[in-house]
Write a protein that binds this ligand. Structure first.
Ligand code: NAI
Ligand code: SAJ
Length: 417
């Protein structure tokens, strides 16, 4: 039986560990956060992900997944630790990647396989990651142990399915590394396992995927602004443009959140000064909360003394992750104008730092309501009940989640992007 240690039991590491355990490997999850270890140890999960609670409970119950407080020895080490963007230094913060590598280096044995899955700037696996791995050990990557980069591409909310069905990219330090890594993923992946020349190529390709998506959304956001000036419905125009077989525009929204699309494009600039369109796309997307705030302000005439309800602080619909939240950015933008009070609501998030309110509390006497996450709960709101609670009638559906006609019938002035 192959032993696997998954380092980092977050949005990526925990489903990865559970799926590998379910496939018959002896999996150990290691996380530096004691609370996370304890939760998983108890067969529970610490965030929302479709189907994950049942799977983790099952693999904990049958012993296929265990949890360790120290880095264990293992045939395979998969590293799924955070890689935030340091805004001030404008570079990837690789401290977690380095410390995970250092911990593995201390227990590394000949013929083990180490795979970095975290999203990183090109050159990280064979640069800082390799250095930190080798420093505490007598072993040499390629000669004594295998080393590879294999990016994670799952969509939150569909992680378990996509872990199995998405194509998997593997870039090994040597051919032996690539093959050893491929063998592990082969046991769970039904999609194609594509091998690329080296880890740096695999890192680069991963970044292209999210950069493409970010730029596509930026184009949709710019189209929304243009359509507004022409008095055209942007979403209908995009739908019609997409009738062309080679056009596939995404949708406008209140901003691009999460910790992937707003971060990963910048990683491409680590070893190059060629970012241009990519940088502009980031600026356009980062500017959307201000654009939505301006729309609210213009509809209300002024924000002074007004009350605005922002519905949705998760970075997108039906998830509980609020990293890079457009809803929070909008609230801050509105408050920076000094005038309005802003109330936040989200049925998926429990977070004491953002003073979340009940739906009733947030919308009571609101002059405007802005939907900033496409949660199913918002699609099924009763327009009559909500508008009856409001003081004024402005409803900004930034995520295209409301039934416009029903809200208009209930007396709302519906504004869309
Ligand atoms: N969340 C997502 O949708 C996706 C994330 N990624 C990438 O995967 C990586 C992980 O992301 P998430 O799972 O979202 O992060 P997360 O923050 O949910 O989880 C990371 C976990 O790693 C733990 N950790 C930190 N340092 C550690 C160490 N030295 N050893 C062991 N555990 C450690 C943290 O306590 C945390 O529980 C990032 O590079 C991210 O960009 C890639 C694709 C999708
Ligand atoms: C290329 C791609 O589809 N990447 C995925 C992405 O996951 P993530 O949840 O961040 O992506 P997302 O659904 O595009 O959401 C990001 C942000 O973009 C916004 N968004 C998305 C699509 C759209 O048409 N309009 C729009 O405004 C969302 O509301 C959200 O705020 O990034 C993940 C990652 O790399 O971490 C990756 O694994 C996922 O497969």
């Amino acid at each position: 039986m192959t032993s696997v240690c998954v380092h980092g039991l977050g949005y990526i590491g925990l489903p990865t560990a559970a799926v590998l355990a379910d496939a018959g490997h002896a999996v150990t999850g290691y996380d530096t956060d004691e609370a996370v270890r304890e939760t998983v140890q108890n067969g529970d999960i610490h965030y929302e992900e479709h189907g994950l609670a049942d799977l983790v409970a099952a693999v904990r119950a049958d012993g296929a997944l265990s949890v360790a407080a120290e880095v264990p020895t293992a045939d395979y080490h998969l590293v799924c630790v955070p890689t935030p963007f340091d805004e001030a230094a404008r570079e990837a913060d690789l401290r977690y990647v380095r410390s995970a590598a250092q911990g593995i280096g201390e227990v590394l044995r000949a013929d083990d396989v180490v795979v970095l899955e975290s999203t990183v700037p090109p050159g990280t696996t064979i640069g800082p990651f390799l250095e930190a791995l080798e420093a505490p050990s007598d072993l040499e990557a390629g000669a004594d142990f295998s080393l590879a980069y294999s990016p994670e591409t799952v969509m939150p909310g569909r992680a378990l399915a996509e872990l199995r069905t998405n194509d998997r990219l593997v870039g090994g330090f040597t051919d032996v590394s690539t093959e050893a890594t491929r063998r592990l993923y082969e046991s769970v992946v039904t999609g194609e396992i594509a091998t690329v020349r080296d880890p740096t190529t695999a890192e680069f390709v991963k970044l292209l995927q999210n950069t493409y998506r970010d730029a596509n959304v930026a184009l949709a956001n710019e189209i929304a602004k243009l359509a507004d000036d022409y008095g055209i419905d942007a979403r209908a125009a995009i739908e019609d443009a997409n009738r062309h077989p080679r056009v596939d525009l995404l949708q406008p929204g209140p901003g691009v959140g999460g910790h992937c699309l707003p971060v990963d494009p910048w990683f491409l600039g680590h070893g190059s000064n060629q970012l241009d369109l990519v940088e502009r796309a980031r600026e356009i997307n980062d500017g959307m909360p201000a654009y939505v705030a301006d729309k609210v302000s213009r509809r209300l005439g002024s924000l002074d003394g007004r009350h605005v309800a922002v519905l949705g602080v998760a970075y997108k619909g039906n998830v509980d992750d609020l990293r890079g939240s457009p809803g929070i950015a909008l609230a801050e933008e509105l408050e920076s104008h000094g005038g309005p009070t802003v109330a936040l609501h989200d049925p998926h998030v429990s977070d004491s730092t953002h003073r979340l309110e009940s739906l009733d509390g947030a919308t009571r006497d609101a002059d405007a309501l802005v939907v900033t996450a496409a949660h199913d709960e918002y699609a099924s709101l009763a327009p009559d009940t909500v508008t009856a609670r409001m003081a004024d009638d402005v409803v900004v559906d930034a995520c295209d989640v409301l039934d416009r006609e029903r809200w208009r019938d209930a007396g709302a002035t519906v504004v869309t992007l």
